[in-house]
Write a protein that binds this ligand. Structure first.
Ligand code: NCD
Length: 307
């Protein structure tokens, strides 16, 4: 594996191997000394052109726990704000001899394009509305841990309802690709206005009524309403969105006892997810965050060693 750009590029054995190593890396979180020597002497640059809390800090922690040197860069404060092109920025970093560049960018396809310019391994940490492969891997890891802890087996045959702003969601795209590969039944739930135009070709069930699936779902994955990508109204009002698509208290009562409530974060509490749902015993939101470190350690390990 040279780069991680899209879930579609991964073979089934690579997916298995990434998730298995993530499981081993997860144990480090419980140790007092969180350090493995595996990436000593390697340099990982986080290059973020969009805001991030979880993704950026977990990549940094992952690199550090593996003993790599980690450097954070954002567009603000770099020469990009002086007008330097993306290609020149990447060639500059590459010329310094860095080993991996973890990049987030608002342009769909830009990380794959950048991979053609550099010698370093590129990791897609979210490109526009296209993909976010490490998020899907960490979601799978957190769901698997949830099912294992409830003696529910793995993802095969589980009903995963991905709900909300599908139109702008790179998380949904990567999750659909990965969950299908892992044998889950995926159902997409959103108002017609927040459905991607080509959703009919994704090979999964699509519904506009959340109440059709709520009682059967093994996972309710709620997506953030991405206001920053919305130029105009996609639904009549927030109150109507909450009533039609929010994981509200009455809907929470209809969820299976062992269902998992997932959200990639950041959450709009009180909009797509009620506080009661976010803090419910079935919520795996913080487990997803922990899984993020383990999965990103596994990804960096796969890219930068012979593992
Ligand atoms: C997501 C993203 O940036 O794509 N967040 C994340 O990485 N945890 C989803 C979002 O912004 O809503």
């Amino acid at each position: 594996m040279k780069h991680l750009l899209s879930i579609a590029d991964l073979s089934t054995s690579e997916i298995t191997s990434l998730l298995e190593l993530a499981e081993r890396m997860h144990r480090l979180q419980g140790e007092r000394v969180k350090k493995l020597p595996d990436l000593k002497g390697r340099t990982v640059v986080n290059l973020f052109f969009e805001d991030s809390t979880r993704t950026r800090s977990s990549f940094e922690i992952a690199a550090k726990w593996l003993s790599a040197d980690a450097i954070n860069m954002s567009a603000k404060g770099s020469s990009v704000s002086k007008g330097e092109s993306l290609r020149d920025t990447l060639l500059t970093l590459d010329a310094m001899g860095v080993d991996a560049i973890v990049m987030r960018h608002p342009g769909s396809g830009t990380v794959a394009q950048a991979a053609g310019w550099v010698r370093a391994s590129m990791v897609n940490a979210g490109d526009g509305t296209h993909e976010h492969p490490t998020q899907a891997l960490l979601d799978a890891h957190a769901m698997l841990r949830h099912f294992h802890s409830h003696d529910q087996g793995d993802l095969a045959g589980k009903l995963v309802a991905i709900t909300g702003d599908l139109l702008h969601s790179r998380v949904a795209r990567s999750n659909v690709l990965l969950l299908q590969r892992l044998g889950a039944d995926v159902v997409l739930v959103a108002p017609q206005t927040l459905m991607p135009p080509a959703v009919g070709t994704w090979g999964v069930r699509v519904v506009t009524d959340i109440d059709e699936v709520i009682a059967d779902a093994d996972v309710m994955m709620m997506l953030r309403v991405q206001r920053e990508r919305m130029a105009h109204g996609y639904f009549p009002s927030e109150q109507e969105y909450i009533e039609a698509y929010g994981l509200t208290v009455p809907r929470l009562a209809r969820l299976k006892p062992h269902a998992a409530i997932a959200h990639p974060g950041p959450m709009n509490r009180g909009l797509e997810i009620s506080s009661a749902a976010a803090d419910d015993a079935r919520s795996i939101v913080l487990d997803q965050v922990s899984a993020g470190v383990a999965v990103r350690m596994s990804v960096l390990h796969h890219l930068l060693t012979d593992h």
